[in-house]
Design a protein around this ligand. Sequence first.
Ligand code: ADP
Ligand code: MG
Length: 328
Amino acid sequence: MAMSAQAIEARALRKTYDSTRGVFRREKVTRVALRGVDLAIERGELFGLLGPNGAGKTTMVKIFTTLLLPTSGAATVLGLDVVKDEWALRRRIGFVFGGERGLYWRLSGLDNLRYFADLYRVPPEVSRRRIPELLERLGLAGRERDRVELYSRGMKQRLHLARGLLNDPEVLFLDEPTIGLDPVGARELRVIVRELADAGKTIFLTTHYMFEADAICDRIAVIKAGEIVAEGTPRSIKTLVEDQGVVEFEVVGLPRERLDELRGLPGVSSVAVAEHELAQLVTVHCARPSEVMTQLSAALDGLKLEKLSSREPTLEDAYVQLIGDAET
Ligand SMILES: Nc1ncnc2c1ncn2[C@@H]1O[C@H](COP(=O)(O)OP(=O)(O)O)[C@@H](O)[C@H]1O
Ligand SMILES: [Mg+2]
């Protein structure tokens, strides 16, 4: 079938912002937010765009949701062009931007949803059924008649999500959905987002928390200063830094030739020895630390190892290496 399988696609997508600086001698400044981004996201994927503040995440979401025009390049959602097919596209997507705005605090949660359902032209017979379903699914049932100003931060964000789902969108965009939530509220929201993806929705979410991307996303792209610097499953991105695993132990009387044997083990990239009182503290940087651990006793035959520990490389190691010292 030659049907376009991609839910979201960007080709050489560029965005620059022009502004002026100075009061008397006004100077034009151009800031490049996206430097030619290529991306393809399949239907049903939970895709995470991970990057530090100022990397271009919100800019990208605004372009995909038709709130901002690209400077050049192309972007499509469900095969629809963000510039030419703006209105057809909007009917089939939902979006939620982080932050507190966009709800009527003096109204109840239910009245907010009714108001937005009207605004989005959801037929009344559909919204009569869908609103209670959404309240139930997002854990707001029972509190729907309370004014929003009485809701916790987590409940407000779940109501935002309900608003974004009123038109039963095929693709949902979430810009830093857990920002400002306490850990419990953030975890509840992540569970709901994962459930929505498991139920078949395509989800594009942005985050600057690498553990969040690792926890729920099928695939992630890391963006730095307007450029994608890595893309893949969380696991495949971890393999970029696989030699950053560490095995440590203490030993007494380690002969030099044993050390060379250690350096020759598969996956070992470096071995450092520090004198520690009467013992030697040995640090082995390696891929697959658990495999290295099992080979240690053979390589160091007869020596007694103390305080043996290991650490697998984490997505955080990969993230820190990828974004370097960009602001986080
Ligand atoms: N309206 C704007 N005018 C000028 N520069 C902007 C504007 N919006 C964003 N930028 C700049 O574009 C870059 C990307 O911003 P943004 O997309 O908000 O990043 P993120 O969401 O990853 O924090 C930043 O350098 C930011 O300062
Ligand atoms: Mg942002």
